[in-house]
Structures are given as C-alpha cells and as structure tokens.
Design a protein around this ligand. Structure first.
Ligand code: ARG
Length: 458
C-alpha cells in the first residue's frame, strides 16, 4: 500500500504503478536510506517529537533492517513503491505502529535527496581509486618506455619527434584533472537536504547542524525549496563522468590506430584483445572501441539529466525521480571500464622498430628552420626557405636530408656541412628542454610531477 493511499478511493492502475514506482532503481540506496533514517530518529528524540523509548525501538528496528540489507536477506514486497516506503513498511512490521512515527516532519523529497548525496559520497572514492589506477598504468608505461621516440602528430600528420613517455603522460594529466573534479563532486554532495521536509522546512525543532555532522555532511542546505530540487551534484557527477569518458575515448582512438597494421606501434596482449567470428587472422581492440562508444553514452546521460532539469517548476517534481538511473549507469560504465583499460596498458607490447621507422627526416624540418634562426635568419624567412627545400626533395622523390650541401646553400648560403645534425631525432627532442617539453630531462621532471600527483592523493 502506498504511503499516500489514504487520499484515494481507488487503487492505482497496474501499468501506472509500474511507471510510478522507483524501487528497482533506488533500492541501490538502501543502506544510505537506513542511515538517514537512523539520524532522523535521533534528531526527532532530541527535538522532543519522539520519546526516548520510541526512538530506541525505531533505532533497533532500523539496525535490524540494515543488517538484512547487508546480508542480502531483506524481502521487498509488491506494494513497496520505493526504497523509503520499503524501509518504513518493514520497520512497522518489525516494531509495530510506532514505526509510523519515523516519517514525522520529513518528506520523501528531502529523504531521496539525502540518500542520493550519501550514495555518491560513499561510492565516489572507489571510482576515484580506479581513475588513479589507470593513471598509474599510464605513468608505468611512461617509465617502461622511457628512451623511445615516436612521431608526434598534429592533424594526424607527422609533425615532430616526441618521447613515447611524453605521449603517454599526455593522457595522464587529463585523468588527473578528472580525478580532482570527481573529488570535488563528492565534496559538493556534502550539503544536507534533510529537514527541508516537502518544501517549506520541518516544523520540528530539529538541529540540522547536528544532523549534518551525524551523517557526514559538511554543510546544511540554506533554503528548503532549493534543497529538494537541487540536482547540481548529480549533474556535476555526470559532467565529470562524461568528460572522463571523452578523455578515455581520445586515448582509445589512438590505441585503435597504433595497434593497426598501418602503424604497428603497439600490440595488445591476448588477454585484452578479441577476435572475429569470420576472419581468422583478426585481433581487434574491442575494449578500446567500447571505451570510445561508452563516451557517447556518458555524454547522453549528462544531456538527459540537464534536459530533465531545465524546465522544472520550483521545488520537487516527480521528473526528478529519473535522475538516479543515469547516475548509476554512468558510475557502472566507468567502474567497469577503467580497470580493463589499465590492464590493457600494463600488458601492452611496444614495437620499437615500428616507432623508429616512422621517424623520417621530414619530422625535423622545424629543426632545420631553427638552424637558420640560430644564424640570425628571421623565423618566417627560415620557414619559407626550409619549405622550398622540402618541396625540392619531394619533387626528387627523396628525403630532404639526402639533398646535397649545395642544394641547401643555393637556398641560403648560411647553411654549412653541420646542417645535417638537424636531422638527428634524438637531438631534436633534446632541444625541447623547457618545462613541459619532450626533452628527456624535461620528461623526467614530468614523471616526478606525475608521481607526486598520485602520491598526493593517497
Ligand atoms: N521515489 C521518489 C524519487 O526518487 C522519492 C520522492 C517522492 N516524492 C514524492 N513527492 N512523490 O524522487
């Protein structure tokens, strides 16, 4: 029987019941719901709304219910509309009519907002740990692959040589920002809605500050109408999840390319690759494609919640019941994915010969222009002259490094025999020593920074 049935003569149509009920989704917050109720019962005793003995009975009943949830022995009944109803119903069965006193001065509106915030506060740390684990895998790759060079790409065209370690860390830092954001999301959940009641605030002399302390909230919501309708924390979670998805997707896109025969830079371990039911030779990076695919789903979940919120009248509206499914889904999608990606990176094989073969002299064209710059030529002029040399080499079907000295000197007499050192890729990366650059000494500093970022979090 719904908590609100007294107002109605007839029962709810079965199909309407199924649309209205939220138990399949919100039972995931069972322990948070009981915790919120335990704190509320205590607050009611302090406020004089329950006798000590009533409070004790309710506490005992709720603890028994929590133990049943923990042991997965709690029995839901057909009439349980949502997790709040299920707990109140079970409590009344356990301790009798006094269980009906628990809901004094509160509403499911503030209760659900409290449960939801608590759930995220409880569960975000595990997700953060998984993000950290993937960062650890990226850092591990940077350390293991330290001396190797690869072509760096812009517009997916070969641009300049970079350290493979530098490239790995380019995917570490976005996750560092995501992880910091995720920790902030948990902090933003720490505002207590309980005591807002339906919308106007509870008429009881409840000490909401003490209630917040009891439940681990840093703050108390300053406005009861806002408290029951605020889903910024859920939107923030979905934004952070979506952005993490975007970052994983960009890494995944490169993993797909770099494990292809065309690049051949990496090979996935069999434990993280899949085959084709038709083509016996295939070794597919499905895991990374799913990461790319899930990013689309995560963006959709964020868009879904924001769209739900944008037209809502003030205070609570039932539309808000749709908020949890997307958040749980996003949480599960990322929770499942992050450790798999970490495992795939840990076990990846790098092909140094393929990396080296992809570094052709054209990648050092900027270094050649810089050679002239070092001899006083304005960069714009040096760029144009180097481009002419590149064009000439292309027309002759050979690398620019194989043009004779005279060809260089024809374009600019400042060129001397030592110009050919500009084509050394090792020298090219070593020149980029400024903080954040790809020189081995700069990347060593970066690795230290990445280590510190991970240590700072544990
Ligand atoms: N199941 C509801 C939800 O998830 C709880 C709040 C219901 N409030 C109400 N006035 N019907 O949002």
């Amino acid at each position: 029987m719904p908590l609100w049935s007294g107002r109605f003569e007839g029962g709810l149509d079965q199909s309407a019941w199924e649309v209205n009920a939220s138990l399949p989704v919100d039972q995931r917050m069972a322990l948070q719901d009981v915790r919120g109720s335990l704190a509320w019962a205590k607050a009611l005793v302090k406020a004089g709304a329950l006798t000590q003995s009533e409070g004790d009975q309710i506490q005992r009943g709720l603890k028994e219910i929590a133990a049943e949830f923990e042991a997965h022995e709690f029995e839901f009944k057909a009439g349980d509309e949502d997790i709040h109803t299920a707990v109140e119903r079970a409590l009344t069965e356990l301790i009798g009519p006094v269980g009906g006193k628990l809901h004094t001065g509160r509403s499911r509106n503030d209760q659900v907002a409290t449960d939801f915030r608590l759930w995220l506060m409880d569960n975000i740390p595990a997700l953060v740990a998984k993000m950290e684990r993937l960062q650890g895998a990226l850092l591990g790759r940077a350390e293991a692959d330290f001396g190797l060079l690869m072509p760096g790409y812009t517009h997916l065209q070969r641009a300049q040589p970079v350290l493979l370690a530098h490239w790995w860390l380019a995917h570490f830092w976005p996750l560092q920002r995501d992880r910091e954001r995720m920790i902030q999301v948990a902090a933003r959940c720490g505002v207590l809605p309980l005591g807002a009641a339906g919308l106007a605030g509870t008429p009881l002399a409840v000490d909401r500050r003490a209630l917040a302390d009891e439940l681990g909230f840093a703050h108390v919501s300053p406005n009861s109408i806002d408290a029951v309708s605020d889903r910024d924390f859920a939107s923030g979670f979905l934004y952070t999840a979506a952005l993490t998805g975007v970052h994983l997707s960009r890494l995944a896109e490169m993993m797909g390319l770099f494990t292809s025969q065309e690049f051949g830079f990496f090979e996935l371990d069999d434990a993280y690759a899949t085959g084709s039911s038709l083509m016996p030779q295939k070794k597919n990076p499905d895991i990374f494609e799913l990461a790319r695919g899930r990013a689309g789903t995560l963006i959709g979940l964020l868009t879904g919640l924001l769209t739900t919120l944008k037209g809502l009248p003030s205070a609570y509206d039932k539309d808000l019941q749709e908020d949890k499914e997307g958040v749980f889904r996003a949480f599960d999608l990322l929770s499942g994915l992050l450790p798999v990606l970490a495992g795939a990176l840990d076990t990846l094989r790098v092909n140094p010969a393929a990396l080296a073969a992809a570094i052709e002299p054209g990648l050092m064209a900027t270094d050649l222009a810089d050679y002239l710059v070092a001899r006083g030529v304005p960069f714009r002029q040096a760029h144009g002259e180097t481009a002419r040399l590149v064009r000439r080499a292309l027309a002759q079907g050979k690398p620019v490094s194989e043009l004779p000295l005279e060809a260089f000197q024809e374009v600019n007499p400042l060129f001397e025999a030592d110009l050919y050192t500009a084509f050394d890729p090792q020298r090219s990366v070593e020149r980029r020593r400024a903080e954040g650059g790809t020189a081995p000494e700069a990347v060593r500093v970066q690795i230290e920074q990445a280590r510190a970022a991970l240590q700072g979090s544990s």
